[in-house]
Design a protein around this ligand. Sequence first.
Ligand SMILES: Nc1ncnc2c1ncn2[C@@H]1O[C@H](COP(=O)(O)OP(=O)(O)OP(=O)(O)O)[C@@H](O)[C@H]1O
Length: 597
Amino acid sequence: MATFQVDLRGMVDLLSRNLYSGPRVYVRELLQNTVDAIAARRLQDPDCPATVTITVADGGLTCRDTGIGLTLQEASDLLSTIGASSKRDELGLSRGDYLGQFGIGMLSCFMVSERIRVLSRSARQPQAPTVEWVGRTDGTYAVRALEAGEDGLDEPGTLVELDGLPGEPWLRADTVRALVDEFGSLLPIDVEVRSGQGGATRTRHAHQEAPWELSRREQRRWCAETLDAEPFDIIDLKVPAAGLRGLAVITSAHPTATAHHTAYVKRMLVSRSAEGLVPEWAYFVRVVADAAHLRLTASREQLVDDDLRAETREAIGAAVRSWLERMARAAPRRFAEFVAAHAVGLRSVAISDADMLELVVRHAPVESTLGPRTLAQLAASGKPVRFTRTVDQYRALADVASSQGIVLVNAGYAYEEEVIAAFLARPDLLEAGADIALVDPGELLEAFSPCSPAEEAQAIEVLMLAAQAIDPEDCEVVMRRFEPATLPALYLPDPDLAGRVAARTSTRAATGVWSEILGVTDPFAGSPVPRLVLNRTNPLVVRLVSARADDAVVTRTLRGLYIQCLLLGHQPLGPKERSWAAEALGSLLDSALPQAQ
Ligand SMILES: Nc1ncnc2c1ncn2[C@@H]1O[C@H](COP(=O)(O)OP(=O)(O)OP(=O)(O)O)[C@@H](O)[C@H]1O
């Protein structure tokens, strides 16, 4: 049977240049091999030295470790076969003790060097001579045992030598130091970087404490420096199935911001933009963690999207949820602060996420005429609850609704109405018998007491004048008795006013032409218009209907009341309404000032 032919140069190119996000990862692959080699040597000699020395000189780099080293046979088999690794068991499964598994990491060095030279002495065969392996980007290699008298290694371990491409910036000493810090700061081995004349400049790296090993105060400082933000809170994370230890940092991130998590595996940095570690609803969480058992992609730059990662995500979600629940119970003020900072985000997620909806319904208060209340509390209040679509409607109707025993909810802020709709569609969350609906001005009007026939008769002239003073298409003026008596009039806007006005305007424009041709009538002509309800219990209204004032005065008063209601309800004023406002104010000032002599 024939076997695949491999174009070696293409293969080397593919695995070195195209697998990784950039050349910088060569430092990580070198470090990782040293860590694995030291781990392997420790299995037979727990007290063996654990040091790595990286020397940057003459445009090249060497990396010397005190690891297990390689025999001639191992060097031929493992370094010369793409995909061969000593870090898998007989069944080809990755071994938990090691970081490597794919047998390709070394090839990443070809991104920065045409040639890789490895000198190695096996700790298993201390008497054997040093082995030399030299590989090139064209896929050729040579392996041999050094002759007596040749410059080999004095002690077991491995030295990897990279020539460096001419002018290669990734091999500059400061870059190498930064990369060692980036990938290896938490590693439990001594790493030294030497540079300058005779390796005179020496810096020590690694051995740093991980963020989750620091005190809370240090963790906060770490967050401020690394995540560029003061955390709202920090949660300790432990997910034994994934061997995960870390922190969930609660940030003020926006739901649309991409969640970047920092993932380490066995204390080696995998990624600062790891994905899939928290459920979508927890968009405000940034995870910093080490997860020994999570699988990595071959480039080792992302976590594999598998069942274990999903299980881990669930567990982290549960930890965040119980943090939220705990805070809602034990520190309501702080919780309110959190909800206020994330109100829009939490609600936007709640619309499509059942768990978040439950949380929002139970813990996030909305503005209501009873004060700030959660939707769950309102549903359990036993009172009719009506919500408004805009903040202005809420302001206009709040007092009147309360006096009618109706609880009014302001659902005028982003996503509030959608959250209420989602809540109403969840019978499992909704209290039986809860009465929650969109406010209907007609319903409010019906709840007002009608005037007596005598009062009606008395008001008939004023109401007829009203139909001339204010265009009935803009607003219909009616009279009722209602509380509070201090309120002379109430403006009941159509809950869908904005949409209706826009539709009517466009229909008017269309029907202007079409009604003539097709005889089409304005479909909005019969729809409910906003109403101005005069309050017969208010002394000013009583005076208006009982004193036979001049028509002009009645007109001005009615328009004045109308403008006052519009302003109170933050309704927009058109040019006509603005001129009425000026007129009303002008006549007020006029009557207040003494007449000129
Ligand atoms: N510093 C070293 N000391 C001892 N053996 C080494 C060293 N570097 C590489 N090796 C040997 O060479 C093999 C191939 O290394 P390479 O970095 O290509 O792959 P890997 O580490 O096994 O897996 P991965 O591709 O996941 O990194 C290793 O399995 C190991 O046996």
